[in-house]
Design a binder for this molecule. Structure first.
Ligand code: NDP
Length: 328
């Protein structure tokens, strides 16, 4: 028997979560049984743990947790053997398939990635889906060419934003972080941001479709008015990696930045990334993300903290990356 955060739904549709003892034969089918060591709290976990599952949870009872890292306990797939360290992000785990908010998980071998050189399971979850997505965003910007100007990161003090700031700075880019929390300025500077932009300076309705050419690239975790405004501030031919909608899912923009400035809007999806891309991104994380900066982002937690922390992240109140030791 082992601990799992089980979310149940009653006849009125109300959901509630509790740490419960379950057995391995209750886990869903899959080729690999993993002894989970660490999981984390991403924005999507906040939605999955919220009343009604944020429209994402496909089955109840459910174990949320969209990512985890741990040790293979048993595998019927030749690619993995007992003792291998693995990491999982995406594939609707924690939404349609039971996820990482448990001491064990059973998943398809195709969804896993072997832990890359230079990362342990705790560090892998300090990165987690948010940080993995930041690296995918950096790679997408690189593929389209980062222009010589500061790179803007919105939602900078959050999970995606913090890792994006650290990676971009480590790669030698000048980084500007947009935050609605001025008290995070020192934290963002410690990660490598050279410029802090107040959220209200940029998070307002587009007045002119084009403004001064300012940013050589952008990783946007916020969407809505923020993204629309940033599009008109990009350098000619620069790219914006659109990652999230922490502010708004709408986009009150015009087509002018695309037509007159050749701006590229790149959609980033971490969920369905093919194996080779996932491996490449995790290897780059092991190589390009300074571990001391990653450590500065970590908020340590245990499984009983999850209800509070998943509620906090939906209010934009989590700084950096929550790392949950499921055995604590
Ligand atoms: P966090 O909550 O950790 O960070 C989001 C940040 O956005 C907050 O910390 C805050 O930063 C800012 N923010 C929140 N609300 C608002 C608002 N109303 N207006 C402006 N800024 C706001 O979440 P994550 O970093 O984990 O995720 C960010 C987004 O990226 C989410 O929408 C998530 O679903 C998405 N995502 C997408 C993925 C993909 O595959 N495309 C994968 C992972 C995440 P500050 O306080 O600094 O202003």
């Amino acid at each position: 028997m082992f601990d799992a955060m089980i979310v149940t739904k009653d006849d009125e549709g109300n959901t509630s979560a509790a740490i419960t003892q379950i057995s391995e034969d209750q886990l869903p089918a899959g080729e690999v049984l993993v002894a989970v060591e660490y999981t984390t709290v991403n924005y999507k976990d906040g939605l999955c743990m919220s009343p009604g599952g944020g429209g994402l949870v496909r089955n109840y009872p459910h174990v949320p947790g969209i990512d985890f890292a741990g040790r293979v306990e048993d595998s019927s797939d030749p690619r993995y053997k007992a003792g291998d360290r693995v990491v999982l992000t995406g594939w609707r785990v924690g939404e349609a398939h039971w996820g990482g908010y448990a001491q064990k998980a059973r998943v398809k071998a195709d969804w896993l990635v072997p832990l890359p050189e230079g990362l342990d399971t705790r560090q892998a979850m300090a990165v987690g889906t948010a940080g993995f997505t930041s690296m995918l965003s950096v790679m997408a910007l690189e593929d389209h060419g980062i222009k010589s100007g500061p790179v803007l990161v919105t939602g900078a003090a959050g999970g995606v934003g913090s890792v994006a700031v650290a990676i971009l700075a480590a790669l030698g880019h000048e980084v500007a972080g947009v935050t609605g929390r001025p008290e995070t300025a020192d934290y963002l500077k410690s990660l490598g941001a050279t410029q802090i932009v107040a959220r209200e300076e940029i998070n307002e309705t587009v007045k002119r479709p084009l403004e001064g050419e300012t940013w050589g690239g952008c990783i946007d975790a916020v969407g809505g008015a923020m993204l629309a405004r940033v599009l008109g501030q990009m350098l000619y031919g620069a790219s914006v990696a659109a990652v999230g909608l922490a502010g708004c899912a709408g986009l009150p923009a015009t087509v002018i930045p695309f037509l007159l400035r050749g701006v590229n809007l790149l959609g980033i999806d971490s969920v369905m990334q093919p194996y080779d891309n996932r491996l490449r991104a995790w290897e780059r994380i092991g190589k390009d993300l300074p571990m001391e900066k990653l450590e500065a982002m970590v908020v340590p937690a245990k499984m009983s903290d999850l209800p509070q922390l998943t509620a906090d992240i939906l209010k934009g109140q989590v700084q950096g990356r929550v790392v949950v030791d499921v055995n604590a």
